[in-house]
Design a protein around this ligand. Structure first.
Ligand code: PCA
Length: 220
């Protein structure tokens, strides 16, 4: 009798961030925790929460990538004030913090990787993800900037780490506040909607090798 070892299920890494900036919670951490252990598109999702700290966040991301060996990495962060789920198109090589991170660090106009490229594009099918979410009635749009705080920092660090890893794709999605967080006038989305949206984004990324070419760029 021939005994074959069961093949290990492929994995997807989804990260969120701890709460920051005086907020009691961060929807991205709750999304990562909710998706941890789920199976999407035949892959096991590992959810992890990163510190909202320049440097340490990327170190923790790389540690988890080494451990999990994912074929897809989607980092998620909170963008308070946004009204939609926003896959990010591009990470830029600069840290420029308006507020201190959770360890008191506040870099200004500092390269993330000295001598690194000015920017990296997401290797996620951002337009296909937006289309899939909109088809389900979830507000979504491609974002042209992930800012210059810890989210952009992690996004750039991720894409820099993946630059020579053929076959492993990655990118970043910003999500709005939760209803309990949103101050007057700020948009929000319920947690269930955001968890389902990121799950749909993972599923869409896994089955879409070539992004859609729908128009949808900003006019300014
Ligand atoms: N949002 C911040 C950092 C952590 C988070 O969830 C940002 O947009 O940079």
């Amino acid at each position: 009798m021939k005994i074959t070892k069961p093949t290990k299920m492929k994995t997807v890494l989804v990260t969120g961030f701890e709460a920051f900036g005086g907020e009691p919670l961060n929807p991205s951490a709750q999304i990562a925790e909710a998706l941890d252990g789920q199976v999407i598109g035949g892959r096991r999702v590992v959810g992890a929460v990163l510190p909202c700290v320049f440097g340490a966040s990327v170190a923790e991301l790389k540690r988890r990538m080494k451990e999990v060996q994912p074929e897809l990495v989607i980092c998620v962060g909170q963008a308070g004030g946004r009204a939609a789920i926003t896959p990010e198109r591009v990470a830029i090589n600069v840290d420029d913090a308006r507020i201190a991170d959770s360890a008191g660090g506040q870099p200004v106009d500092r390269a993330i990787v000295r001598g690194g490229p000015a920017a990296y594009f997401s290797t996620l099918p951002v337009k296909a993800m937006v289309a899939a979410l909109r088809a389900e009635g979830v507000p979504a749009e491609v974002s042209q900037t992930a800012g210059t705080f810890v989210c952009n920092h992690v996004f750039y660090g991720l894409m820099h780490a993946l630059r020579r890893k053929r076959g492993v794709r990655g990118g970043f999605i910003h999500v709005p506040f939760l209803p309990g967080q949103a101050k007057a006038g700020h948009a929000s989305l319920p947690l269930e909607t955001m968890v389902a949206a990121v799950a749909r984004a993972v599923e869409t990324a896994l089955r879409t090798k070539r992004d859609l070419r729908t128009s949808g760029g900003a006019t300014h």
